[in-house]
Ligand binder design. Structure first.
Ligand SMILES: Cc1ncc(COP(=O)(O)O)c(C=O)c1O
Length: 350
């Protein structure tokens, strides 16, 4: 039995944000041409923004330090204080962004009932109110694809079409939190641009499965991105020689998108093995990308997590009895085999 492994030997399945830059990425970063990006002088940031906008089929994009900031800037740029946005009840912005829409934009979040993060056009229409002096103006429909708390679930493109059509007919703006849009594109073969065309704005992250150390981008029309740039500065996100980190993101865009299929295969393999273990509730068919969320029925999640840690496997709780394991470029097929063996030992011992 492998007990209390060293931190460096741990199989880290907590998130795809734990990735470290590869040697080739570090070289690209070390050699990056830089300038003062707040003055518009950084050629590497400009190249990254152009490339991202191109992949997403949008007129323009703006680089930011985090996915949280791209979402918050998008919400601010789409709204005015007192407005309302519609989003699902498990979305990252609602769960993990510190109440940002209320604090930074004065925007109310109206929660729609998502199934693994996915709601319907009927949900959007049911939330609409007639114009009235009493009601907050509803401005924005917010979609997350893939959906983190939904277990990396992919929005079917038909559902995106219906929901965004309903939004447009109601004169609402639309934003896609595409932190892991890359995963959806690789898993379905539907390009990022085909997803993005349905939305007024799209945010994407380079620091999740793509493996860059820092950064996200917000894309949209040239006019929208010009407005977003102002709020990025206001929120403290103007960076100077940011080409150093943007070079890592550019490298990730060119070299790490296709390999996400390996992460998906590893997640599937992990899910299929976990689903067969006693004390685990999991339908492997729900694992579509790189996130595996499962229920434990014999002991609280916290206890299972501690025991897995002693066996050299790191995972995170997503609730009192639910656990998340995420594959990434730091995780090999062999790591998955070892994690499965460790989980078997832990679950047998409960
Ligand atoms: C779906 C989604 N959106 C946004 C974010 C925020 O990204 P960041 O951690 O870079 O702020 C995350 C982070 O995990 C996420 O999963």
């Amino acid at each position: 039995m492998q007990n209390d492994r060293q931190a460096s030997e741990m199989i880290d399945l907590r998130s795809d944000t734990i990735t470290k830059p590869t040697p080739a990425m570090r070289r690209a970063m070390a050699e990056a041409e830089v300038g003062d990006d707040v003055l518009g002088d950084d050629p590497t940031v400009i190249a990254l923004e152009k490339r991202t906008a191109g992949i997403l089929g949008k007129q323009a994009a703006v680089y930011m330090p985090s996915g949280t900031m791209t979402n918050q800037v998008a919400i601010r740029a789409h709204s005015e204080p007192g407005d309302e946005m519609l989003c699902d009840d498990n979305t990252h912005t609602y769960f993990y962004e510190c109440g940002g829409p209320a604090a930074l934009s004065g925007v109310m979040m109206r929660l729609l009932p998502g199934v693994r993060g996915i709601f319907t056009a009927a949900d959007v229409m049911a939330a609409l109110r007639p114009p009235s002096v009493h009601f907050p103006p509803t401005k924005l429909v917010f979609v997350e694809n893939t959906h983190k708390r939904g277990g990396g679930s992919i929005w079917p493109i038909e559902r995106i079409t219906e929901v965004t059509k309903a939004a447009r007919e109601a004169r609402l703006r639309t934003h896609l939190d595409g932190a892991r849009l890359w995963n959806a594109a690789v898993a379905t073969g539907i390009s990022e641009a085909k997803y993005a065309r349905h939305f007024d704005s799209v945010s994407v992250c380079f620091s999740k499965g793509l493996g860059a150390p820092v950064g996200s981008a917000l894309a949209g029309s040239a006019e929208f991105i010009a407005r977003a740039r102002r709020f990025r500065k206001m929120f403290g996100g103007g960076m100077r020689q940011a080409g150093i980190i943007a070079a890592g993101a550019l490298h990730a865009l060119e070299h790490h998108r296709d390999r996400l299929a390996e992460d998906h295969a590893n997640a599937k393999k992990l899910a299929e093995s976990l689903a067969e273990m006693p004390g685990v509730e999991l339908d492997p068919a729900t694992v579509e990308t790189n996130i595996v969320i499962f229920r434990v029925t014999k002991s609280p999640a916290a206890e299972v997590i501690e025991r897995l840690k002693a066996e050299g496997v790191l995972v995170l709780a997503t609730g009192p009895d639910s656990i998340r394991a995420v594959t990434s470029l730091m995780i090999t097929g062999e790591d998955v085999d070892q994690a499965v063996a460790a989980a078997k030992r832990v679950l047998k011992g409960l």
